[in-house]
Structures are given as structure tokens and as C-alpha cells.
Design a protein around this ligand. Structure first.
Ligand code: GDP
Ligand code: MG
Length: 703
């Protein structure tokens, strides 16, 4: 007896599984145009090219783990018989529904072939399908058939024989929510420990997903392992607590998003509106429109930044008055001396100067919560993916990039979903160009000081520059980094939804907490250190002219002129003191590097301290200008200190220059080498310097 290969024909009811079974094997089993005709598996062997193929007509299933009785036969077959090859039969005219099962079959880890059956009807409708794209995204060969006429059957037989000989199936993975992914991994690891011999990684992952999806068959079989059952219960409770919906719904949403995104790219016509998601498709036709989808995205972004700036101004004033009142109180209460200066000019200036940006941060996160909650953020990525294609790039890098708007550290970590090593490295290296929320205060401060009414638009432009720099860098790195290959990639398009108030508030609260934690942590410590650095050493010879001038002025009769002259003398004195401090000396030493950009040593200090964390840039200014505040405030002091072109160059430099320490560390970890982290620093510094130079040069020509 020659050993045979088991080939399971699997599909939704009415996909044409039995028709195809008959066409392949020459059988004559009953076919009907309504579901559930086949309820037990029929089997028949044939030999093709010397290989004995045992075909099984698996009763139709909609899902690998629904609890429906009539699907039980098919589901148990997949679980227990583990066929050698799955021939996944889909109705090519109803891909939206039929590919849902495909997303589950992908996870069985069994070799597959996707059969686009009823291709005759698709052609009659004039729909064009990109089979190459489908094949790469689904990680399996695609064969078009018309089972009724036996069309494509020979090709299918050849493909099956080729698949039998081919190495194991490619690991295509759907993207799940991070909590969900973590739960899957924990259950998977537990299962793998229980059955180290029988379970391949792919299979234990599949079983873990099935368990979370609500298929208790596996759980019931493991009733003698109470720890597994306890773990599953814990994970389910945890997920229910973190999200408004259960794990099964979350998984289904991800599957839908995958199929929806895939079909947007692989199908020219959309004549198959699945009623459940009809609204989503109508909205997608609008928001993803080839002509105005991208301009609409830009408009939405502009509104977002404009509002972040203008709406934020009001509560910012309240916080500012509070900080000013507190500063005045402490100023008056504490006895004069070093401690007084440390608290007033160091701590209160740095922390107070940064905390005022809290409203802007919270408003930006409010918008991000709305955009991601409604599903529009995924559309934005989809539109950007199209742009990336124009540059010969895959959109894989977009998922980390979008995460980068919050903070670059999770953005770099998000690149883990990319399996191709080279694509992953590129994604890691461009993530720091995404403007994290730590940079927002700098932009708000400078745009507000220099551009008044246009400030929101300037902040918007800075963010656009951030995206453009990331894409440009991806193009450059794609050329520079040797090797080739990239992932098959589908941008998920989840259904549109109204975000829940709870999730939006949760998002805003998180961002507020994170910002306050930074201000009371790294900013507080940073401000104290910066204060010391700009206050010491004490034993420096200062010019006596200022003191003499001040004494002389104070003897004169009062008047506006006197106040003004006094102020400028004191400012000049403070300036001299700063320049002779540690901070001043070091900054002055590196300033020649920034001379072409028009930066003074103040900017050099802010840039250097900003390496630690980008929020410190603003805190540095606040501390440096604290003594010089007078009646005008440090915003005006900054404005008086440099021309507009330099301010723009400084914003650009802050946006692009070397990521903060945490990001550098995570780049080293995720890329597996400090060399890449060093490369990232060097690359971003050069990039920032060149772009800032371009900006200041153009700016000087304009003014
Ligand atoms: P099953 O439920 O998946 O086993 O599907 P059947 O094989 O019973 O077929 C369901 C219906 O689809 C029947 O009416 C078939 O005649 C029809 N059908 C199957 N394959 C094709 C095809 O390739 N083209 C067209 N036009 N109809 C088909
Ligand atoms: Mg059938």
C-alpha cells in the first residue's frame, strides 16, 4: 500500500466544495444550491503524477470554532485529522464573507491552497481580482476554478502535488490588539509546556486563539489540567476588563479588518456588499477615494493641530496664572539665598514652564483617541500606504510610524510585527522621525511666540515634515541597506464605529498621567541639574561695570526710561553670568557646529539637554530665561533672542535630531546591535542639521 496524502476540501457552505470534489475525483456526490447538504465527510482517492491523493469533502463551515452543531463535523475534522493540505474553496464572488474562514485556516499552520471558485460568475460581472496580491497576502497559492465545468481542475491538481513537496507554509500573521496578542502568547506557552512533543508552535498558537475565540473543545479535553483552565479564565476576565468587548469579538474585528483591507487592494470592483458591513464600505468609498482621500486626510490633520493649539491656549492661561501665583508666593516667602533661587529659578521655572503644555497634549490625545476609535486612523495609514507604494515601498512600516505620534519607544517595539528582518530594521530606524508628544511643547512654544495667528498651521506643517522625513528616510535606507525582500502586507481596515466615551476619556487620562509623571520626574530632576549648571561655578570674575551702572541708575529720578535701562543692564549682567557658567561654557564650545544654523549657545544647551528627553528642551529655556523674565515673560525673551528663520530652523532641528536616550536604548535592543543605535543618532543628527540649514537659508532669503 502506498502512503496517501490527505487533502481536505474546506469552505463555507455553498462555496462549491462538493462540486469541486466531484470534478477532482470523478465522483458524483449530491450537489445543491443551499447549505448543509453535505453533513458527513466523503472520501475518495486518486493518483496524480504518482502521488496518491486522498480527497475529503469536509462539510461546510463558516468558522473554525463556532458552536453550531452542524459545523461540528467539519471543525472536529480539522482539529483531529490534521490533513496534509487544505484546499480552501471560496466563492470568488463573495470574498468578503468567504475569506473570513480563510483568516482562521491561515492560523492552523497547515499547508493551504486558496481556490477562487465560481470564477465564471466573477468574470461575467467584470470584476478583476489581483490573484498575485491575494496569494502573497494569504501566504498560499491561488487557483481559479469553475467547478461546474471542471475548469482549473488540472492546475489545481498540479498545485496540490507541488504543495505536498514544498516546505512548510509561510507564517502569515494577522495583527491583533496588543493585550489580545499577549494573552494568546501566554496561553500558547502554557499549552506548549503541557504537550511539548505533540504541538508545533503554529499549532499551539492556533489552539490558543481557538480557546480565546470561545471554542471550549480544547479546554474540555484538558479538564485534568486545572492550571490551564484557571489561566484561560484569568485571561478572558483580564481582556473583558481592559476592553468593552470580548475576545471573540476583538478577534472577529481583526479578521474583518484584514479581509476588508486586502480586498480594497486586490479587487477592482466592490459588488459584494456584505450587509453587516455595508456602511463601512460606503464610508470607505468616500474616505479612501483616490482623488480626494488624501487631501481630506490633510484637512482633518490641519483641523486637529489648529484646534490643539487654539483650544489649548485657554486652559494653558489658567495653569500659567496658577504657576505665576505660586512662584510669586514662594518668591516672597522663602528667604533670599541659594535655596530660594533653586526653587524659584530652577524647579518652578522648569516644571512650571513645562506643565503649562498639559492641555495641548491632552487635546492632541483626545483627537488621536477619536481618530483611532472611529477607525479613521487605519484609513489614514491605508492612504499613506498608497503613497509609499509610489516610492516602491511596502506599507509595513506604517504601523510603527502611527504608534510614534505618542512616543517613539512603543513605536520601535511595534516593529516586531514585521517578520522580514530588513523591513523591520528600516521601520525601527525611521520611527524616531515621527514627532512624539514630548516634542509638542517646543513647537507650541515657538510657533506661538513667532507666528501668532498662524501657529496652528505651523505646528501642522512640522508634523507633515515629520511624516515626509520618515518616508524619505525609508526610501534612502531602502537603497542603503543591502539585501532585499519585504513582507506581504495588508493594511487592516476595521469597521467604522462611534468611539465610546469611556475609551476616549481613558486615553486622555493616560496621556495626562504620563505627562505629569514626566514633569514631576525627569523634568524636575533635569531642571535642578540645569539650574546648578547655569549657576556654577561661583568663583568667576565678573565685570564690575554692571553693578556700578545699576547703582548709578538707581540714584536717578524714577521714570519709564530708568526702568527700561535698569532692565537691560540686569539682563546683560545675567547674560554674562550665564556665559561663564558650566552650562554656558560647554554650550559655547559646541555652538560653532550650529553657527551655520544661526543658533546661539542657548539653543545648543537646549539641544544637548534634550537628548535626555525631548520635553527638557522647553524646560531648559524656562530655566535659562528665568532670571531674565522681568515683566515680559520668557516667551518674549525667546522671541527677542532670535530671528524667525532661526526659530523655524530650531523647531526643525528639535523635530528631527537624535532620538532621546530611551529611544536610543530600545533601538539598540530591538535591532540587536548598538551599531544601529549609533547609526540612528548619527543619521538623524546629520539629517536634522541639513534640513535646518535649508530652512534657515530659505527663511533668510524670504525675510
Ligand atoms: P458546497 O455546499 O460547498 O458543497 O457547494 P456545492 O458543490 O453543493 O455547490 C453549491 C452550488 O454552487 C450548486 O448549485 C453548484 O452547482 C454551484 N456551483 C459550484 N461550483 C460552481 C462554479 O464554479 N460556478 C458556478 N456558476 N456555480 C457553481
Ligand atoms: Mg457540499
Amino acid at each position: 500500500m502506498t502512503s496517501s496524502v490527505t487533502v481536505a476540501l474546506v469552505g463555507n457552505p455553498n462555496a462549491g466544495v462538493t462540486s469541486l470534489f466531484n470534478a477532482l475525483t470523478g465522483a458524483n456526490n449530491p450537489v445543491a444550491n443551499y447549505p448543509r447538504v453535505t453533513t458527513s465527510s466523503a472520501t475518495r482517492e486518486i493518483t496524480h503524477k504518482g502521488v496518491v491523493l486522498r480527497f475529503v469533502d469536509v462539510p461546510g463551515i463558516y468558522s473554525v470554532n463556532s458552536q453550531a452543531d452542524d459545523e461540528k463535523v467539519g471543525q472536529d475534522f480539522l482539529l483531529d485529522q490534521s490533513p496534509d493540505v487544505i484546499v480552501n474553496v471560496v466563492d470568488a464572488g463573495h470574498l468578503d464573507r468567504h475569506l473570513f474562514l480563510t483568516t482562521q485556516l491561515i492560523e492552523t499552520g497547515i499547508k493551504r491552497i486558496t481556490v477562487l471558485n465560481m470564477i465564471d460568475e466573477v468574470r461575467r460581472h467584470g470584476t478583476v481580482l489581483d490573484t498575485e496580491m491575494l496569494a502573497s497576502a494569504l501566504g498560499a497559492p491561488v487557483v481559479e476554478t469553475c467547478a461546474l465545468k471542471g475548469e482549473g481542475v488540472d492546475v489545481l491538481l498540479d498545485t496540490i502535488v507541488a504543495q505536498v513537496a514544498a516546505p512548510a507554509a509561510d507564517a502569515i500573521r494577522l495583527h491583533y490588539d496588543t493585550h489580545l496578542e499577549a494573552a494568546i502568547v501566554r496561553i500558547q506557552d502554557h499549552l506548549a509546556n503541557l504537550h511539548p512533543q505533540e504541538l508545533t508552535p503554529a499549532r499551539s498558537r492556533w489552539l490558543a486563539i481557538k480557546i480565546l475565540e470561545g471554542d471550549d473543545t480544547i479546554i474540555n479535553r484538558e479538564s485534568d489540567h486545572p492550571e490551564l483552565i484557571a489561566l484561560v479564565t484569568k485571561e478572558r476576565d483580564h481582556l473583558a476588563h481592559e476592553h468593552d468587548e470580548d475576545a471573540a469579538t476583538m478577534l472577529a474585528t481583526s479578521r474583518f479588518a484584514f479581509v476588508n483591507g486586502l480586498l480594497r487592494e486586490a479587487r477592482q470592483q466592490h459588488d459584494d456588499p456584505d450587509q453587516r458591513f455595508k456602511l463601512t464600505r460606503i464610508l470607505d468609498n468616500f474616505f479612501l477615494n483616490r482623488a480626494f482621500g488624501l487631501p481630506l486626510l490633510l484637512l482633518i490633520m490641519w483641523v486637529m493641530f489648529e484646534t490643539t493649539f487654539s483650544l489649548g491656549a485657554v486652559p494653558t492661561e489658567w495653569i500659567k496664572s496658577g504657576v505665576d501665583a505660586l512662584t510669586k508666593f514662594v518668591d516672597d516667602t522663602l528667604p533670599a539665598g541659594m535655596f530660594h533661587d533653586l526653587v524659584v529659578n530652577g524647579v518652578l521655572a522648569g516644571v512650571g514652564g513645562t506643565i503649562v503644555f498639559l492641555p495641548n497634549i491632552v487635546i492632541l490625545f483626545f483627537f488621536m483617541a477619536i481618530l483611532s476609535g472611529t477607525g479613521y486612523l487605519a484609513r489614514a495609514s491605508f492612504l499613506m500606504d498608497r503613497v509609499m507604494h509610489k516610492f516602491g515601498l511596502h506599507g509595513t512600516t506604517l504601523i510603527p510610524m502611527v504608534a510614534g505620534f505618542g512616543c517613539n519607544v512603543p513605536a520601535v517595539m511595534a516593529s516586531r510585527i514585521i517578520t522580514n528582518k530588513r523591513s523591520r530594521l528600516i521601520a525601527i530606524l525611521i520611527s524616531p522621525f515621527m514627532s512624539c508628544s514630548a516634542r509638542l511643547p517646543t513647537f507650541i512654544l515657538f510657533a506661538g511666540a513667532f507666528f501668532a495667528d498662524l501657529a496652528g498651521t505651523v505646528v501642522f506643517a512640522i508634523y507633515m515634515l515629520s511624516i515626509a522625513s520618515a518616508i524619505l528616510s525609508a526610501v534612502v535606507l531602502n537603497r542603503l541597506i543591502p539585501g532585499s525582500g519585504s513582507d506581504a502586507f495588508v493594511m487592516d481596515l476595521p469597521p467604522y464605529r462611534l468611539p465610546t466615551l469611556h475609551s476616549v476619556l481613558h486615553h486622555m487620562w493616560d496621556s495626562a498621567q504620563g505627562f505629569v509623571a514626566k514633569v514631576t520626574g525627569v523634568i524636575l530632576v533635569g531642571s535642578i541639574i540645569i539650574w546648578f549648571l547655569q549657576e556654577f561655578p561661583k568663583d568667576v570674575a565678573y565685570s564690575q561695570d554692571y553693578d556700578a551702572g545699576i547703582v548709578q541708575l538707581e540714584g536717578q529720578p524714577d521714570g519709564a526710561d530708568k526702568d527700561e535701562a535698569l532692565r537691560s543692564l540686569k539682563a546683560a549682567q545675567a547674560q554674562e553670568k550665564l556665559e561663564k557658567s558650566y552650562m554656558g561654557r560647554v554650550s559655547i564650545a559646541v555652538t560653532p557646529v550650529f553657527k551655520p544654523l544661526g543658533f546661539s549657545w542657548h539653543e545648543s544647551s537646549a539641544i544637548m539637554t534634550g537628548f535626555v528627553a525631548k520635553e527638557v528642551v522647553v524646560a531648559t529655556y524656562a530655566v535659562i530665561y528665568a532670571q531674565d523674565k522681568g515683566s515680559t515673560g520668557w516667551t518674549d525673551a525667546i522671541k527677542a533672542a532670535m530671528p524667525t528663520a532661526t526659530a523655524v530652523a530650531f523647531m526643525i532641528f528639535t523635530l528631527l535630531y537624535a532620538p532621546c536616550l530611551s529611544t536610543i536604548a530600545i533601538i539598540a535592543k530591538e535591532s540587536g546591535s548598538w551599531k544601529w543605535a549609533a547609526f540612528s543618532v548619527a543619521y538623524s543628527l546629520s539629517f536634522a542639521w541639513l534640513l535646518a540649514l535649508a530652512a534657515v537659508t530659505i527663511g533668510r532669503l524670504l525675510v
